[in-house]
Design a binder for this molecule. Structure first.
Ligand SMILES: NC(=O)c1ccc[n+]([C@@H]2O[C@H](COP(=O)([O-])OP(=O)(O)OC[C@H]3O[C@@H](n4cnc5c(N)ncnc54)[C@H](OP(=O)(O)O)[C@@H]3O)[C@@H](O)[C@H]2O)c1
Length: 314
């Protein structure tokens, strides 16, 4: 199969190479002798890649800490199940699926990926694969940040950082859909996009005073650093600061603070897909490129706004 691999931890996106790799070993997958319990083979139609994947330790080592390169990156997937192992519950051969691939195993920038069934959900026939791949990571991250860790409820106010980005735009829409009031942040040039993605208000981080947003029930942070540190103080007593940018530097007074890494969840994927199908949310898909163009499409220096999706099959 054709696949993108990385071998050099220091090379960044420029180190991505398109190569031929062996297809998944379906006979071993189906065998009780294999260590494949719960896995399925997915014929990948569309793949997503998170910007800093090549910095994740799991991109380079397995769960035992052993070097696992050359590695196939891309942990967001949409495609069709072509083979099942024992224990692969809830899916069938021929089923359209989407979700996240396991962090410590080869990913989806390839014609096939082996994924634990529990990390995938059925994808309805009226949601195209590019949308499926584009909404898996962004939708789950937003959902978990808002509702699972952030405990957001109708009538509350949430500050969503990076609201014109892939995760932020999804968070703003899901929060509005749930009846919350959304203050979105970003660059001055993001104002229209922010309002378009459902923010009730926009705070321009280049010109406005971040402290004007003080007293919110929830901060959803995607930046960390100085903005993340200053945002901790914006949470009202009893509220929550949630970040996906690593452990925060400060803790809010009288409030909860959560930093988390997204996990795949079939029930949440199903909820997100339902909202996409019914037009309640729309993923912010940026450039759609072919596998051979993945490295240039994913290059942070030149990539388009929104989620870049790599189309593996037409
Ligand atoms: N922990 C987890 O589980 C998890 C899961 C998913 C994502 N993440 C992380 O979440 C972050 C966001 O991901 P994403 O896919 O949404 O990225 P993205 O699409 O690039 O969105 C980030 C948004 O924030 C804007 N922005 C960046 N720096 C800014 C600044 N200083 N002031 C104002 N606006 C700024 C960007 O604008 P420009 O494009 O103009 O820079 C963009 O609109 C990434 O760091 C990603 O690694 C973590």
């Amino acid at each position: 199969m054709k696949a993108i691999i990385v071998t050099d931890r220091t090379a960044g996106i420029a180190g991505m190479r398109l190569v031929d790799r062996p297809d998944p070993d379906v006979a071993r997958l189906a065998s009780l002798d294999g260590a494949s319990y719960g896995d399925v083979v997915v014929e990948v139609h569309a793949s997503g890649f998170t910007g800093n994947e090549l910095d994740w330790p799991s991109t380079w080592t397995d769960r035992e800490g052993r070097d696992r390169s050359p590695t196939i990156p891309g942990h967001e997937v949409a495609g069709v199940v072509t083979a099942l192992s024992y224990g692969a519950a809830g899916l069938a051969v021929g089923q359209r699926v989407f979700g996240l691939t396991d962090w410590t195993r080869d990913g989806s920038l390839a014609e096939y990926a082996v994924v634990e069934a529990r990390n995938l959900a059925p994808l309805a026939g009226d949601v195209d694969f590019v949308t499926g791949a584009g909404v898996a990571m962004t939708g789950l991250t937003a959902w978990q940040g808002l509702f699972e860790h952030g405990r957001l409820t109708a009538g509350q106010t949430v500050l969503v950082h990076g609201v014109a980005g892939a995760v932020g735009s999804m968070a703003a829409q899901l929060a509005r859909d749930a009846g919350a009031y959304v203050v979105g942040t970003g660059r001055a040039s993001h104002r229209l996009a922010a309002l378009d993605f459902g923010a009730n208000e926009f705070l321009d981080l280049e010109n406005d005073d971040l402290d004007d947003a003080a007293g919110v029930d929830l901060v959803f942070d995607v930046f960390g650093g100085d903005i993340g540190r200053r945002s901790v103080a914006l949470v009202r007593p009893g509220g929550t600061f949630v970040t996906v940018a690593g452990p925060p530097e400060g803790r809010p007074t009288d409030a909860r603070s959560v930093d988390f890494v997204v996990v795949s969840d079939r029930a949440q994927l199903t909820e997100i897909a339902h909202r996409v199908r019914t037009g309640r949310v729309r993923p912010h898909i940026g450039r759609v490129a072919e596998l051979a163009d993945a490295a240039s499409a994913l290059d942070p220096a030149t990539r388009a706004p929104g989620k870049t999706v790599i189309r593996i099959r037409p």
